[in-house]
Design a protein around this ligand. Sequence first.
Ligand code: ZN
Length: 124
Amino acid sequence: MEKLARLDLRQAITRGFSCRCPQCGNSNLYRRYLKTETDCGSCGAPVGEIRTDDIAPYFTIMIVGHIVVPLLLGLEQAASPRNWVHWVIWPPVTIALTLWFLPRVKGSVLGWMLWLGMRGDEQH
Ligand SMILES: [Zn+2]
């Protein structure tokens, strides 16, 4: 717990965004796409115990929506392309951005929770 008290919030979030251990940044956070390692192989941080639940998809939807919707509206206003052009561009862009952001946002949230000393299994 002494290590956790010295953890810098900004560093924990940026390390998590890089899909690295939020505490030390030395090892991969994920075993597979969104499956975290049980513990950090380098510092032993219990990254696998921390449950981020729905907050990572929630933030990801918010981020991707704030990127895609203005671009879509900007294209529509600038060029008014036919509908099929929108259908060709925006679904793949939305899916690609979502898949790219989701593990990074989850890592950031995990870093934030680690900094707070939360594990996601707190009883209220
Ligand atoms: Zn670590």
